[in-house]
Unconditional design. Sequence first.
Lengths: 295, 229
Amino acid sequence: MFISGFFYIIGETFKGLYRNRWMCFTSTGVVVVTLFMLGIFMLVNLNLGHITDTVKEQVEIVVYIDENADQETLDELGQKLSSHSDIESVNYVSSEEHMARLHRQLGGMLEGYDAEMDNPLLASYEIRTIVPESVIDLAEEFETYPGVSTVFYGQGYVESLFTVTGVIQMVGLALMAGLSITAVFLISHTIKLTVMMREREISIMKYVGATNWFIRWPFILEGLIMGFTGAVLPLIGLYYLYQYSVEWVVANNLAFLTLLPVQIVLIELATYLVPLGTGLGILGSTFSMGRFLRV
Amino acid sequence: MVEAKYLSMKYEKGGHYALENISFHIDRGEFVFIVGSSGAGKSTILKLIIREVKPTDGVLKIFGRDVARLPRHRLPYLRRNIGMVFQDFRLMEERTAYDNVAFAMVVTGSSRREIRKRVPHVLGLVGLHDKAKTRVRDLSGGELQRVGLARAIVNRPAMIIADEPTGNLDPGTTLDIMNLLRSINLRGTTVLVATHNREIVDRFKKRVLYLENGKLIGDEQKGIYAHVH
């Protein structure tokens, strides 16, 4: 029973796909188009996220040291900052280093100025936080530390940056959720239609004494094949489309557009689209058969 | 083999009875016509036998088991023991006559060898040996019902139930199909035929259960259709 049943199910799966090839072709087409649209949106969303992350990573806190603080206070401050759990890196910049940087930035404009004798620049700690959004709260905290003169993190500018990136991410997530729901709805209904077209076939199977699983398996496998194919085809299309986009960005010297590498994006898309397509194919088939099997 | 006691059936709560308080007993090897006009309850009896529906009241025992109490996962095994023949044939039109008959064997777990041996034999019994590879949609009405009959008997069921098996056939083909059912019955299979075809009931003179408005109004050995009225 097992062997003949197994071969029957495999055979029926491919026969079913062939016999209903136009319906299966349409269903797979719907899956391809829907997942391709979702994939394009994911590409845009992933890269927008990457660009905003890159911008946010530039944000840092500069803690200027009080020039009147004694050595013990300064040592304690350094210790406190470098052991802080929310801080990724701390870089000490002496007043001399600040002056040297200024020289480099302004070039010849500071010529004749005796930096050794009269340096008004304060030494500082340049701090990168683990979570960029925490700079505002941390800056407030650092201001209370002994030995700190002032704290700077790009007040005003940083808040706007976070608001804008936050909105971009929220809109991106909402649109992706919306598109995913549309994909689920469209794909499961198309698969359901494929099964409904074969209601008669299912009822005949019931009358001759086929068990529900015996009837279900070929449909589930058909759903799996349609869903999987419907996910892999857009992936191939998206791969070439994205590769072309990356090459175009490089060729046009658009350095501000820091796009994610092709392989990373493809893995990200595959881990989302393949299970989505395959899962919907299987679930769409299984659930839409339910009411026919109750006979 | 079939035992109905005070059997009643309503399709909807508060609706009228499709069957009302009927009792009868059918023994192994019998040939029984169930007759009555449309809506009399003939098809309901057949649906109850294969547990497509459950009775509202009363008990229906098939092969000694109360079908209403049969768990859902046991239904396929009940149906494998009952060959069904329908007025609209219910065949898979895109497949060949051979495939339609073989399908009933595949679901019961028969081996490929058994199927290859048995299906041509059964198709020969119903006179379709040369049509095995023909797609069902290319067959005539009489041939379609022969395929239906072949499918019904291929697993050697204890009982055949036929719902208006000749409803879509011309008189000549009707007689052929009925003769086939009689020969199946002569080999020991119980046959139940729901029909309102007066000629065949009168011609075959078998046991007749008369139904009217869901009630059993007569049960006669060698009955004739005229007794309905």
